[in-house]
Design a protein. Sequence first.
Length: 157
Amino acid sequence: MGEIRIRRFAPGDEGAFFALNQAWIERYFRMEEKDRKTLGDPMGQILAPGGEILMAEDGGAAIGCCALIPMEAGAYELAKMAVSERYQGRGVGRLLMDTAIAAARAKGARRLFLETNGKLTTAIRLYETAGFVHVKRATPSEYDRSDVCMEMRFHED
C-alpha cells in the first residue's frame, strides 16, 4: 500500500465512482433506481447542483469515494461513501468522511445528513465517533434499504 490521498472528483472518475459504489451496495443490498440515477450521472446529479465528490486513491488507483449532495440551503447529504473491500479497515472511510466534513464546513453548511442501514454497525460507529447523532426521519427515504438517519449540526439554526 502506497500513500493514500484524497482528491476532488475529476473527469474520468465516473467509472470508478460507479464501480466502487456498486460493489459496496451489492455486497449488502441491491442497486435501486435512485442509485442508478445518481451513480450514472454524478456530474449532473451531484456536482452541477453544488455538491462535491471526493476520491481516495492509492498509487493513482481509485480505492474509495464519498459525496456531498446539496439538500436545502445550508444542508448536505453525506452519501455514496464506498471503500474497496481490499482497503476496508485501514482508515480510508474515516479519511474520506473527515475530508467531506471539512469540505461541508468550508461550503458554509449548517447541517450534514446521512442515511444508512442498521445492520452496518461498523459504519454507524464511525459516524457516531465523528459526531453524527441519530434523528427521526422527516420524510420517507428514496431507498428501500435505509432505516437509520443521522445528522451533524455545525451551527444552531
